[in-house]
Design a protein around this ligand. Structure first.
Ligand code: FES
Length: 106
């Protein structure tokens, strides 16, 4: 049994940052496509603004289509296990006690 550890050179670019310690309430429209920010760098939370290309090239936004028109809570901490939706993970200590990521440089 071998334990494999990988040490990516730029760990920060492969890990999402916590953009908020709470979810964002949005109105999804049936049939419309959305791109949920998975890297945490977007300034248009909870949606992608293309920031991953510069700040987290290894992370892609999660694209999804709304099946129905409804209100939804999309994850802002980027730690949910049910992306793009909030699953309550943001209430955990490692999110609540984390330093919030400062806004990306332009
Ligand atoms: S905001 Fe990420 S799990 Fe709730």
């Amino acid at each position: 049994f071998v334990l494999v550890h990988t040490f990516p050179k730029k760990r920060s670019s492969a890990q999402p940052v916590i953009s908020a310690k709470h979810p964002f309430q949005v109105e999804l429209k049936q049939g419309k496509g959305y791109a949920w920010c998975a890297c945490g760098h977007s300034q248009k939370q909870p949606f992608c603004d293309g920031s991953h290309k510069r700040n987290a090239p290894k992370i892609s936004p999660l694209r999804f289509k709304a099946e129905e028109t409804k209100e939804a809570w999309l994850c802002g901490c980027k730690c949910t296990k049910n992306p793009p939706y909030c699953d309550g993970t943001h209430k955990e200590g490692f999110v609540q006690n984390a330093e919030l990521h400062s806004q990306p440089q332009k």
